[in-house]
Design a protein around this ligand. Sequence first.
Ligand code: SF4
Length: 60
Amino acid sequence: MQINVDKKRCPQNHPCPAVRVCPVKAIRQKGFEAPVVDEKVCIQCKKCIKFCPMKAIQEK
Ligand code: SF4
């Protein structure tokens, strides 16, 4: 299992609030680009998936 950000669902026009939700700081965002999950750091807790109101963060 891997966490993926769907760029089609992410509006990419704001600082991603899910960055602060991740307990291990696995989510990084450059500017307002769609955030990226570092799979080496992610513990797959799925907090970001439940949090994102756009449902842009998904399991794949
Ligand atoms: S699943 Fe959990 S650890 Fe992984 S990126 Fe989302 S919030 Fe962070």
